[in-house]
Design a protein around this ligand. Structure first.
Ligand SMILES: C[S@@+](CC[C@H](N)C(=O)[O-])C[C@H]1O[C@@H](n2cnc3c(N)ncnc32)[C@H](O)[C@@H]1O
Length: 389
């Protein structure tokens, strides 16, 4: 299939892009004319007041750049609530922290369904980098009944005090800046960024010792010409995110796979992708600061980082198996029962996209990481692929 043409930027967007480009060009000049891709990705996504997740791009939902599971169907949040509710019940109550809450759709469903189960978290706290998404979340969550809305708060940073409960992150790990690399004739090369005329462009140079060691540490044989990415920042990020977790479970959902699959020979171009207005492409040097930059998650890396942070991998499965094991059919039937007949088929089709193998069912995975928590987790009862990591 031919890719769809990119949507042109409006004059305002073009002006914003020019500001982001100027910021990155200054960083590039200060660094001597070459930036590792992870630094470029960090600036394009997170530069204060400029980056995609730090400024006002619309991002999710209608008119946005991509659609996520909670945006597709309320059934996603309700299934996740079944899993979170089970953990909160086993702990005798606790808090929930959501990382990267997008439009607030997942928070809304999680809270409403946990309340229906009689297991609302004591506090529901959101850790969100994007000021405009924080604003959207506030508006969405203000529509909850006041006693539920009162449990919600926003965190400026990872809290220092101990947490008993659940951490949820849906489609956040894929936004962490990655290193891009290539296997060159003379060894591993870092694919970084330089200026070619007025435009940013890929530029390869021999990998430094850290990147060469990280690629060697993957333990996979990669043929010359093979390009891919790895997320060196994952371990410190996960370690600090889960440091306050005294007892409970972190549920991480994202597109990704085991390391063996990630670096399989046929995936010779890697997994990196850009999203702008529902168009997927592979050029990070257009729409700078106005498009999402993302890479698949190497779940073997997540598991290694978790173990290093003193957590246990308590389950790893596909999104389909996780949702089906958490009452997908029951939740879908309950949702349909509340809808007028003419809206039912559409709602059912949207929910099915969450579990169909050709849609989000298999590409997306769920991993549970536990600390001082050894009760079974229903979401992994149908299939648990932890041994394949
Ligand atoms: C792809 S969106 C997913 C949103 C939501 N979880 C959903 O499923 O609809 C990524 C979200 O994570 C936030 N985000 C990105 N990087 C983050 C980080 N390092 N810490 C916290 N939030 C982050 C973004 O602002 C956004 O809300």
């Amino acid at each position: 299939m031919m890719p769809l043409p990119l949507v042109p930027l409006s004059p305002d967007e073009a002006e914003h892009e020019a500001r982001v480009v100027a910021h990155i060009r200054a960083a590039l000049a200060a660094a001597g004319g070459w930036l590792p891709f992870s630094r470029y990705m960090e600036l394009a996504l997170y530069a204060q007041g400029l980056g995609y997740y730090a400024a006002g791009a619309h991002k999710l939902g209608a008119g946005g750049d991509f659609v996520t599971a909670p945006e597709l169907s309320a059934v996603f949040g309700r299934c996740l609530a079944s899993q979170a509710g089970e953990v909160l019940a086993a702990l005798g109550g606790g808090d929930l922290i959501e990382v990267g809450a997008g439009s607030g759709a997942l928070a809304t469903e999680l809270l409403a369904e946990l309340e229906r189960q009689g297991r609302p978290p004591h506090r529901y706290r959101i850790l969100e980098t994007s000021p405009d998404l924080r604003q959207r979340q506030r508006q969405a969550l203000a529509r909850l009944p006041p006693h539920l809305a009162a449990r919600v708060g926003w965190l400026e940073r990872i809290p220092a005090e101990p947490l008993r409960g659940v951490v949820v992150a849906n489609e956040v790990l894929d936004a962490l800046p990655v290193e891009r690399f290539r296997i060159g004739a003379g060894g591993v090369e870092a694919l970084g960024v330089e200026l070619a005329g007025e435009r940013f462009a890929w530029a390869a140079r021999p990998a430094d010792a850290a990147l060469a060691a990280a690629v060697a540490g993957l333990g996979v044989a990669l043929a010359p010409g093979y390009e891919s990415e790895l997320c060196a920042r994952l371990a410190p990020w996960l370690g600090s995110l889960t440091a306050p977790l005294e007892a409970g479970v972190a549920l991480l959902l994202d597109y990704g796979c085991t390391r063996a699959e990630y670096y399989r020979p046929s995936r010779a171009g890697g997994t990196f992708a850009c999203f702008h207005r529902q168009r997927r492409h592979d050029d990070p040097f257009v729409n700078v600061g106005l498009q999402d930059l993302t890479a698949w998650v190497d779940y073997t890396r997540v598991a290694e980082a978790a173990v290093a942070a003193g957590l246990a991998v308590a389950g790893f499965t596909t999104q389909a198996h996780f949702l089906l094991a958490n009452g997908f059919e029951r939740h879908l039937a309950a949702l349909r029962a509340t809808l007028p007949a003419e809206r039912e088929p559409l709602a059912a089709r949207a929910a099915l996209r969450l579990v169909l193998p050709s849609e989000m069912g298999e590409r997306f995975k769920c991993m549970a990481l536990a600390r001082r928590y050894d009760a079974p987790l229903a979401g992994f009862a149908l299939r648990d692929f932890t041994a394949s990591l």
